[in-house]
Ligand binder design. Structure first.
Ligand code: HEM
Length: 388
């Protein structure tokens, strides 16, 4: 059995997929003693777990500073809250943001185009989603550096596999959450007095069975959007550019057929998923892949492995720009399917299309030293310097 700690080297974090392939073949469902967690690697098993919230619960222990959100709720409460926030994220509402997202993208690229070099992460992939979500929530974009700092901490994993490192990260997360709570409490208060055309005002006026949401619920949801939407979309954009530089034939294909950008982004999601794994807790004793999982056991579904399962995808190790069908699991599946998927897709498509239209041949800078993001579930790099 290869412990997941094996994956904790720089090289493996930059390219973990061969290890997942090996684990999927050797131990498709296995218990990792060091993390007291079941790991599940096959598409079929991951799919089954995600589509059965009654058997695999999303409710988990939260620290006293964390808030319960739809991400950590089961039905029926999840269904009620989700129906409410779905109203703010319909494909129609999201598609209306297109011209605005395009103009933010152009502004960000204007600042670097003359130089012929940029850090894709710092100059585009980080600011774009932060500006968009800040505006949707109705938060001044001047505060976006604060957001970035807080949302980074919320998804951070320990630097090393020690108790000290673990408690250090927990303390940082507690502090960031506290600061975010205070920050949003003030905005909620302002919007209650003077409603605007933004998400927080919409949440303030919403009702479930005649009941308004509590301030705590509104704060929790606002923080969830920051935590769930920023770094993931940043990594989608950076991972997409990474593919263009690693596979120059794909870059050529996209230049010749920019209208393939939507299916290109889907294939990036499958090939380099921003979130590699999704956690659940077994709600009853249950069998998966011939293994007996006990009620209360933690189960981690490795989406990054399922996306390369040869029983589901033809030629899974090949990046196929117009792959069809492409039933990747990178946005999850079932009732918790990513609320922000239409927004993330739109931002990814606009960013890559604008890059292809406005930048010549893009390459990774010769002196680049890639550092993977230090988080067990997030797949991305801290900087991606390119020349063009
Ligand atoms: C849920 C991935 C962008 C908001 C999820 C889940 C995944 C995911 C895998 C399911 C988690 C689970 O089943 O436990 C991603 C990826 C993104 C992205 C890969 C970018 C490429 C966004 C954006 C937003 C967002 C931009 C918001 C603006 C949410 C929310 C949930 C969620 C609120 C919880 C849904 C629920 O529990 O019903 N996301 N996400 N995500 N995502 Fe995203």
């Amino acid at each position: 059995i290869i412990p997941v700690a094996e994956l904790n080297t720089k090289e493996k974090r930059l390219l973990p997929f061969p290890v997942y392939n090996l684990l999927r073949r050797l131990t498709p469902v296995r218990f990792d003693e060091s993390r007291s967690t079941w790991d599940v690697f096959r598409y079929e098993d991951v799919h089954r777990i995600l589509k059965d919230p009654a058997a695999f619960s999303s409710v988990r222990m939260l620290s006293d500073k964390e808030r319960e959100t739809i991400l950590t709720m089961d039905p029926p409460r999840h269904s009620q809250m989700r129906a409410l926030v779905n109203k703010a994220f319909t494909p129609k509402i999201i598609s209306e943001l297109e011209p605005h997202i395009r103009s933010i993208t152009n502004d960000l690229l204007n600042a670097v185009l003359d130089k012929g070099a940029m850090d894709m992460v710092h100059d585009l992939a980080v600011p774009l989603p932060v500006i968009v979500i800040a505006e949707l929530l109705g938060v001044p974009s001047k505060d976006r550096d604060l957001f970035k700092e807080w949302s980074d901490i919320l998804v951070k994993g320990p630097e090393e596999n020690t108790d000290e490192a673990f408690y250090q990260v927990m303390a940082e997360k507690g502090q960031a959450t506290e600061q975010l709570n205070a920050y949003f409490a003030q905005i909620v208060e302002q919007r209650r007095l003077e409603p605007q055309e933004d998400l927080i005002s919409l949440l303030l006026s919403a009702e479930i069975e005649g009941q308004k949401l509590t301030d705590k619920e509104i704060l929790g949801f606002s923080i969830l959007l920051l935590a769930a939407g920023n770094e993931t979309t940043t990594n989608l954009i950076t991972n997409a550019v990474r593919i263009l530089t690693e596979k120059t034939d794909v870059q050529q294909q996209l230049r010749h057929n920019p209208e393939l950008v939507a299916s290109f982004i889907e294939e990036v999601l499958r090939f380099y998923p921003p979130i590699q794994a999704i956690g659940r807790v077994a709600a009853a004793d249950i069998e998966i892949g011939g293994k007996s999982i006990k009620k209360g056991d933690q189960v981690v579904s490795w989406v990054a492995s399922a996306n390369r399962d040869e029983t589901k995808f033809a030629d899974p190790e090949t990046f196929i720009i117009d792959r069809k069908p492409n039933a990747h699991l990178s946005f999850g599946f079932g009732i918790h399917f990513c609320l922000g998927a239409p927004l993330a897709r739109l931002e990814g498509q606009i960013a890559l299309r604008t890059i292809i239209e406005r930048m010549g041949d893009i390459r990774l800078a010769a002196d680049a030293d890639l550092t993977p993001i230090q988080s067990p579930f997030v797949y991305g790099v801290k900087h991606y310097p390119v020349v063009f």
